[in-house]
Design a binder for this molecule. Structure first.
Ligand SMILES: Nc1ncnc2c1ncn2[C@@H]1O[C@H](COP(=O)(O)OP(=O)(O)OP(=O)(O)O)[C@@H](O)[C@H]1O
Length: 249
């Protein structure tokens, strides 16, 4: 992916393992978010391909990728602030109307029979995420951490095949951070969801990820378990310019 003269993602090639949690780490400006944007369809790469279970999705717009089972969360949550928490999940779960789901839910009311299934899935998701007590709150009134949980919930509503989490733990307190980690782990272990997450907190990565990809200056530097990559000289060099540090300690 080139931006003018800058190769923001350069000759990167990897597969994300099905049914596991992969971490994507690297110093600021490494190209992680650009790569997520390419996978999710916000950016079309200058060259190269993106495959989802063998299907070439490189030129599909984001909503068509979402229909194919790709979900993503954003660093800054994208909830509909004026809708309730429950309505936010229902909009995310409405697969029939694509981008018009937002208007459709508002116009037609929430409790039509054909939306029963979406409603029940939304309720189950709220239970699982322990957000049921705020289901009728306007999403804009939630705390930062609750918004992150809602963002995770919205990504789950279409039973995705791959969920991209962009710094889901950033800017929230340790207690809620632990809770979100526990939910992600359970979704993976008990329900087989596949995740790829960008995260700066390497303790968080070590708790969640069995596979870690390290990027620096647009390239993949190395890949392995968190213990392997943490002690890799090239990774220490990329993070600290060769100082006597261990990454994440
Ligand atoms: N739309 C854009 N136009 C021009 N340059 C861009 C654009 N988006 C990203 N870049 C540049 O591409 C490089 C990679 O940025 P990117 O945001 O992908 O890194 P990152 O690893 O996600 O960093 P961080 O951890 O700080 O979020 C940076 O040099 C950035 O300035």
């Amino acid at each position: 992916m080139r931006f003018g003269g800058l190769a923001a993602v350069d000759d990167v090639s990897f597969a994300i393992g099905k049914g596991i949690i992969t971490g994507l780490i690297g110093p600021n400006g490494a190209g992680k978010t650009t790569l997520f944007n390419i996978i999710a369809g916000r950016l079309f790469p200058t060259s190269g391909r993106v495959l989802l279970e063998g299907d070439d999705i490189t030129r599909l717009p984001p909503h068509e990728r979402s229909h194919k089972g790709l979900a993503r969360t954003f660093q800054i949550p994208h909830e509909f602030g004026a809708l309730t928490v429950l309505e936010n999940l229902m909009v995310a779960g409405d697969t029939s109307r694509g981008e018009n789901a937002f208007n459709a839910v508002l116009r037609r009311g929430l409790f039509l029979r054909e939306e029963r299934a979406v409603y029940e899935r939304a309720r189950d998701t709220l239970d699982f995420l322990e957000l049921s007590h705020v289901k009728s709150e306007k999403a804009g009134n939630l705390s930062g951490g609750q918004k992150k949980l809602l963002e995770l919930g919205r990504s789950l509503m279409r039973e995705p095949r791959l969920i991209l989490l962009d710094e889901i733990g950033a800017g929230i307190n340790r207690t809620l951070l632990g809770k979100i980690a526990e939910k992600i782990k359970r979704l993976n272990e008990e329900r087989g969801f596949t995740f790829c997450l960008i995260e700066h907190d390497l303790d968080y990565v070590s708790k969640l990820c069995s596979d870690v990809i390290v990027m620096a200056q647009g390239k993949v530097l190395t890949r392995g378990t968190i213990d392997e990559v943490r002690h890799d000289e090239r990774v220490i060099e990329a993070y600290f310019g060769g100082g006597k540090y261990e990454v994440g300690t």
